[in-house]
Structures are given as C-alpha cells and as structure tokens.
Write a protein that binds this ligand. Structure first.
Ligand code: URA
Length: 192
C-alpha cells in the first residue's frame, strides 16, 4: 500500500477515534491518544494506555516511560520514534492511571486491529501484560512469555516488559528489555 493511502486511512481512523464514545473513558479523558509515528514502519510498539502526560499532549509515550523507550530504540535498534509506529491498547486515559477494564479493552480493540492492519509492520513489540495478553491471546504473564518471538499472521510479536516496570528499579528487567530490543533489531534487519 502506498504511504499516502496508509496515512490517509490512519488519519480518518484517528478522526473517528477523536469523537469516540464507545466506553465511559470518553467522559474523563482530556483527549484521545490515537497513535503516532511512521505509517510505513517495519516496527510497531503497543503499550497499555495513556497516562497523565499523554492525555495532556495527545501523543503516546511522552512521559518517563517514553523516554526509556526512546533510549532502548536508540541503543538497541539504532532508530528513533519517528521511524516506528506507536499505539496503545486503549486510547483514553483511565482515571488515576488505574488498569484498563476488560470492557474498555474490548471497546477499543477495533482501533488497534485497524492500526496493525494498515501499518502492517514486520514486528510488533508488546510492552507489558495488557498488550501482550491481548495480542497473543494468552492468560500467561509477561515474565512467562518474553524471550520468544511469536508469529501473528504476517507479523512477528516480541513481548517485553513495560518500561514502567524497569523504571520501578529492576536492573534485571531493563537487561531483559535490552535483549528483547536487540532481537527486534535482528528481525527488522537493523542489527549492529
Ligand atoms: N504507558 C503506556 O502504556 N502508554 C503510554 O502512552 C504511556 C505510558
């Protein structure tokens, strides 16, 4: 698909999402955080949900977790966020950053499915339990499933920890994330 039409279709979807009232988060969000980045990216990153900073700016991963994500992309893959497409499982901030509810995830899922179909990335990195469980259709936690690459249609899924877990202070978590992103570099042909 040509870049122009991908971009156009994502823009139409983003406009629809901006007016979305499919779940009660519509009443408490400041704005919808649809996604951002390169519509032709080989790598897509899927996080959990917007936090306070993202709800304010309308962009995914602009806070502390985002800065760690930028570091991992730069150090292990040699790219920056303009070269990937970034989205979340749910597009609106849950109040007080509580976990997304099953019905919110279900209501929002069509947007993520459409984003993945349009971007058609070679690799999707799922950050943390919510994105991983959704895309791998598993009840297993991230600790059990990470370290392996999973086929999903024409895409490869690389589950890893959420950056917030590394920011909570575990050096082990960060080391595993670095390993996972180094594998991503190989999978998209950007290994050092
Ligand atoms: N955490 C997420 O999962 N997504 C964001 O966009 C920001 C923080």
């Amino acid at each position: 698909m040509a870049t122009g039409s991908r971009l156009d279709e994502l823009t139409v979807l983003a406009d629809q999402a901006a007016a979305c009232t499919r779940c009660p988060l519509a009443a408490t969000r400041t704005q919808v955080v649809f996604g951002a980045g390169d519509p032709d990216a080989a790598l897509m990153i899927v996080g959990e949900a917007p936090g306070r900073d993202e709800d304010r700016d309308g962009l995914p991963f602009v806070g502390r977790s985002g800065r760690l994500l930028d570091t991992l992309l730069a150090d292990e893959v040699g790219i920056d966020r303009t070269q990937v497409y970034i989205a979340n499982v749910i597009k609106c901030r849950p109040p007080d950053n509580r976990n997304p509810k099953a019905e919110e995830i279900a209501a929002c899922r069509p947007y993520l499915d459409d984003q993945m179909a349009l971007v058609a990335p070679t690799v999707v990195v799922t950050l943390g339990n919510f994105a991983t469980k959704l895309l791998l259709a598993t009840d297993l936690g991230i600790t059990a499933v990470r370290g392996t690459t999973y086929p999903l249609g024409d895409t490869l899924v690389v589950p890893t920890f959420h950056p917030a877990a590394a920011l909570r202070g575990s050096a082990d978590v960060l080391a595993h994330m670095r390993d996972d992103f180094a594998r991503v570099a190989q999978l998209i042909g950007r290994a050092a």
